[in-house]
Design a protein around this ligand. Structure first.
Ligand code: SFD
Ligand code: AMP
Length: 655
């Protein structure tokens, strides 16, 4: 089909805003809010201009939009070296221990700030009983003891978690406006479409372009450095939910792979993109299980009341996945759950009723009532839909068990997954030169930093760690700007050309919309909803989604990648009828880049490193001899080539 271009003959030309800044923070989630706070702290005295751009409203954007009921990374009495051991064990032996250690030694400072800013954190009373955040107790920074659900996790009343963290970021951005006299430096509801490389200095970031999802405006940001915290990729695989329920997934549906796509397209090196996260979740509402396993001490069993992580299942698992099976990490637990489901022993049940009966043994009536409220609040704080599913199905957690099952796969690097970019680490903990070639958290593109979900090979940061990582990146970003003070970004592509590229789906739609009677079906364009369905079907059926029980192979990947190449061509013919669909069109485009990277990495790694997340049917076991290494890749923006290669793994923290 003919290549379409936008000459604004059919759609209206948008207003074009050019904004210059020293530091450009992309995203407004946990890492970006941490970055704004820290960048202002170091940048304000230097009169550095700091700008944040979020596709949504920062108060409720990103994964923490609904709130959370636990902070999953708080060191407290623990040693960061033990944290590294836990992360290494959970991520099947391969992790960037320098990045993980660095995060461990900084994360508590962020958690203490959250409390300072008003987040209620549960505390242990002197007699050992639990006090929720409403009760008066010393702060963590004053020696208050948090209520631990697990070794690393602490309980919070977190419905307003994101609003609290966003407020601190917004205040920081305001202090930067005051320090620099800039009129506006916080752009909400602006979707970033692509990054711009400098046209004079090779491999050097120069800016980003995006569009308002509310007004007819294009934004061109020119920057000395960019800190990207634009999150992971959700809805790349066909979700388990169908029809109107498709708006529900565990991870946030609005994190659409921008984080990956923006960096890939300018040639930033990726690491461990073969990894994904398949969480076990309460069925249909996607309610998290951690609080139930760790805090309420509930046990999950098959339909016959049997523990699926012991006996024959475990013996078989050890044969293929030792010595990692013994760590009983997230992927391995999933794997054994799937074994029972495939053997017809489902549904898998979380025995909430047994757990609550056990806890109630030592409680009076009032305390039992409180316990019931906490069980509901666990979901009301972070997965409200799950509370709806319970209410709609007459489930009383103290009386009956609830079904759990593995979800569709998500790409992320801050929860129990590690897909992301290869970033430089700290220079003071003995890491090899390949791990530390520049500024902390800088990608292989000069001036482009990665944080949170997209800083790779360093999972288990969660909300608090992502915030802390944003702060680490921002401090390095400030140093980078100071060291490159004279830099003037060179972007020769005209603002009109950039606007035409972004608005192409409008032009295509307006040009052809009368060629058919139903605007959803047209030979000249594809609407975002249909394109997304096609992408999800390819990912699900060829790259190991729920439809194949997470199974794929060299031949399946090859076929799927062929289909994806055709889909990518068709994506250039996306049609959008309004700003919302324009965003959907570009989100899809970002998702396609993310899933392509994922498939290419799985294709390269000839083993099944993450059973329970995905399987290579042609290499079903783990093969440490050949594959105890990182798989990295790089797309070359000049030639369009994409290369995968091995990178050596070095253990820095002894067992
Ligand atoms: O229970 C663009 N997470 C949990 N962390 C915890 O500490 N405790 C928990 O209890 C956690 N659980 C949990 C969690 C997440 C979710 C969804 C649920 C439950 C239901 C994980 C954390 O939330 C996660 O680790 C961090 O939030 C990751 O931080 P970061 O900064 O990497 O991503 P983000 O916060 O999602 O923010 C992304 C931002 O980017 C914006 N954005 N902006 C402009 N242009 C574009 N093209 C953009 N694309 C994206 C977004 O708007 C957003 O602001 S539990 O399951 O374990
Ligand atoms: P989740 O709610 O599943 O996202 O988990 C929240 C936290 O609890 C994360 O730190 C998980 O790694 C941890 N977690 C969840 N389930 C278990 C389990 N069965 N055993 C140990 N840790 C768990």
């Amino acid at each position: 089909m003919e290549k379409e271009s936008c000459t604004f003959s059919y759609c209206k030309k948008p207003e074009i805003v050019v904004h210059e800044t020293d530091i450009l923070i992309l995203g407004g989630g946990m890492s970006a809010c941490g970055a704004a706070f820290e960048a202002a702290r170091w940048g304000n005295p230097q009169k550095m201009r700091i700008t944040m751009v979020d596709k949504a409203a920062t108060d409720r954007s990103g994964a923490v939009a609904m709130g959370l009921s636990a902070i999953n990374t708080y060191m407290g009495e623990n040693d960061p070296a033990d944290y590294v051991k836990m992360v290494r064990g959970d991520l099947m032996g391969i992790t960037r221990e320098d990045l993980v250690y660095d995060l461990g030694r900084h994360v508590d400072d962020s958690v203490e700030l959250f409390e300072e800013w008003g987040l209620p954190i549960w505390k242990k009373a002197a007699d050992g009983h639990t006090m929720d955040g409403a009760q008066e107790a010393p702060k963590l920074s004053e020696g208050g003891k948090p209520v631990r659900s697990g070794k690393w996790q602490i309980m919070i009343n977190g419905e307003s978690y994101k609003v609290i963290v966003a407020e601190a970021a917004k205040v920081a951005l305001k202090t930067n406006r005051d320090a620099t006299g800039v009129a506006e430096n916080h752009f909400e509801r602006v979707f970033v479409v692509k990054l711009l490389l400098d046209e004079k200095v090779p491999n050097r970031i120069a800016g980003a372009v995006g569009f308002s999802v509310r007004e007819n405006k294009i934004y061109i940001f020119k920057a000395n450095t960019i800190l990207s915290g634009t999150g992971g990729a959700v809805n790349v695989f066909r979700p388990r939910s169908t029809q109107e329920g498709q708006g529900r997934a565990w991870y946030p549906v609005w994190n659409s792979g921008s984080g990956y796509a923006l960096g890939i397209q300018v040639g930033a090196e990726l690491t461990m993109m073969e990894n994904r996260f398949v969480p076990a979740r309460f069925k249909d509402g996607y309610g998290p299980v951690g609080a139930w396993f760790l805090f309420f001490k509930a046990k999950a069993t098959n339909a016959y009341g049997e523990d699926y992580c012991v006996g024959e299942n475990f013996e078989y698992t050890k044969k293929l996945y030792s010595p990692y099976a013994e760590k009983m990490g997230t992927a391995i637990r999933n794997h054994m759950m799937m074994m029972d489901m495939k053997a017809g022993k489902g549904p898998i049940l979380m025995n909430t009723h047994h757990a609550m009966a056990e806890l109630a043994k030592t409680m009076d009536a009032k305390q039992i009532k409180h316990l019931e409220a906490e069980a509901w609040e666990d979901f009301l704080d972070m997965a409200i839909g799950q509370a709806g599913v319970w209410a709609g199905n007459d489930v009383e957690p103290d009386k009956s068990p609830s079904e759990i099952m593995p979800t569709e796969p998500y790409l992320l690097g801050s929860h129990a997954g590690c897909a992301g970019f290869w970033c430089s680490g700290p220079d003071d903990i003995g890491a090899p030169a390949e791990y530390n070639w520049g500024y902390n958290r800088m990608s292989t593109v000069n001036g482009l930093f990665m944080m949170g979900d997209i800083c790779g090979a360093s999972g288990h940061k969660f909300s608090s760690g992502s915030h802390a990582e944003g702060r680490i990146a921002a401090k390095s970003g400030v140093a980078f700007v100071l060291d490159n003070k004279g830099f003037k970004p060179t972007v020769t592509k005209s603002p009109d050309d950039l606007a035409a590229e972004i608005y192409l789906p409008f032009e295509v739609y307006e040009k052809y919309k009368t060629y058919s009677t139903a605007p959803e079906v047209n030979p000249y364009y594809i609407k975002p909803k249909m394109l997304q369905a096609r992408m999800q079907k390819i990912a699900d059926e060829y790259f190991g989604g729920v439809g194949t029980w997470y199974m794929t192979s060299a031949t399946m990947l090859e076929s799927g990648l062929k289909q994806l190449a055709i889909l990518k061509e068709d994506a250039a013919l996306s049609g959008a009828k309004d700003l919302h669909e324009l965003m959907r069109a570009w989100e899809n485009y970002h998702r396609i880049w993310s899933i392509e990277a994922h498939a290419r990495h799985i294709q390269f790694r000839e083993e099944s490193r993450y059973p329970g997340y995905y399987y290579r049917g042609d290499f079903l076991a783990i093969n440490d001899k050949d594959w105890k290494c990182f798989v990295n890749s790089k797309f070359d923006p000049a030639t369009g080539d994409w290369k995968c290669f091995k990178k050596e793994y070095k253990q820095l923290i002894p067992d």
